[in-house]
Design a protein around this ligand. Structure first.
Ligand code: HEM
Ligand SMILES: CC(C)=CCC/C(C)=C/CC/C(C)=C/COP(=O)(O)OP(=O)(O)O
Length: 299
């Protein structure tokens, strides 16, 4: 006789929400919204709302499928052990159905209500995060987040494509900005949660190559990131609000990254430089994308 599988009570709506990684996705959705609002074509508010909803649902679906696939490693990391699957609050099948259903719904709705270009890029970003990052690269190489991180850089392109039906140089530069921002963002965090990844056997850079290499890589990626961040201004694609914000914001980012790269910490500094860089990395993208929209509507 096969042993009875313990039946889990139906998951709470809060567990389904947690499956979508709502906190991380706020910035993903914000960059998509700003990409849409920065486009030179006005979009009907109902269609604009629908496009952003599709990005949010698509990103949430990707987060759910990520958690469905990696419940085993989430269970051994302190930061993730309380997620609905490793904590036993949800059935794996329910998470899979939720993720696949939400992904299909978001892509179809984007295609029907907006256009095929936006739907296609949304589909590519979901597949990129789930298949290329989560299933293929994450457990295999410390370059996982460099390549797989492209998934999180697509939303500005999706937003722009939703409004215009095509892509252009400015959203491409925004894609490059988020793409090159991801390594410093993530490796700064990985420096202070290194043992979690080591315990789970995930080959993140500080675990595999050590702290020194990781610090240097953070500094290295910051340089092309700075170029992508500032370039839209001299290229005449944005105005002075974005220009000044990007120059000042990026200078601060570069100063913090240099501190991390050279491991300088003032004796009275309570917070480790990498922790400060990680926190600032999030504010930085909010600032630059916010300035992009302010530029479009205030100048
Ligand atoms: C492969 C690429 C990335 C990796 C591995 C990564 C990893 C992480 C991790 C592990 C956290 C810590 C806390 C948490 O799980 O909530 C975090 C926080 C965060 N990430 Fe990333 N991230 C990536 C890309 C991105 C992108 C593209 C965005 C948005 C554009 C983003 C936005 C955020 C935000 C807003 C937080 C803070 C969440 C909070 O307040 O709790 N991340 N990231
Ligand atoms: C529009 C669309 C589909 C966007 C996709 C959004 C996306 C790829 C976001 C990347 C950010 C993210 C949640 C990284 C977490 O990495 P992790 O899974 O290694 O983190 P974990 O250890 O917290 O699970």
């Amino acid at each position: 006789m096969t042993p009875a599988t313990p039946l889990l009570p139906p998951a709470d709506w809060r567990d389904f929400l947690a499956l979508t990684k709502p906190r991380v996705m706020t910035l993903v959705v914000f960059t998509g919204l700003c990409g849409m609002l920065a486009a030179p074509v006005p979009i009907h508010p109902v269609l604009g709302f629908t496009a952003i909803l599709c990005i949010a649902l698509g990103a949430g679906a990707a987060g759910a499928l990520n958690q469905w696939y990696e419940a085993d490693i989430d269970a051994v990391m302190r930061r993730t052990a309380k997620r609905p699957l490793p904590d036993g609050r949800m059935d794996r099948q329910a998470a899979l159905h939720f993720g696949v259903g939400l992904a299909a719904f978001s892509v179809l709705l984007m295609g029907l209500a907006l256009n095929v270009a936006a739907a296609a890029i949304l589909l590519v970003s979901i597949l990129f995060y789930v298949l290329i990052y989560t299933v293929w690269l994450k457990r295999r190489t410390p370059q996982n987040i460099v390549i797989g991180g492209a998934a999180g850089a697509f939303p500005p392109l999706i937003g722009w494509a939703a409004a215009t039906g095509q892509v252009a140089l400015l959203p491409f530069l925004l894609f490059m900005l988020v793409f090159l921002w991801t390594p410093p963002h993530f490796w700064a965090l990985a420096l202070f949660v290194k043992t979690d990844y080591a315990n789970a056997g995930v080959p993140m850079l500080p675990v595999v190559a050590g702290e020194r290499v990781t610090r240097r890589q953070i500094g290295l990626y910051t340089m092309p990131m700075a170029v992508a961040a500032i370039a839209p201004w001299p290229l005449g694609l944005t105005g002075a609000i974005y220009g000044v914000t990007s120059v000042a914001g990026t200078a601060l980012f570069a100063a913090m990254a240099a501190q991390v790269a050279t491991r300088r910490q003032a004796p009275d500094d309570a917070m480790r430089p990498e922790k400060r860089l990680f926190k600032y990395s999030i504010l930085y993208l909010f600032l630059l994308f916010g300035a992009l929209v302010a530029d479009r509507y205030l100048t």
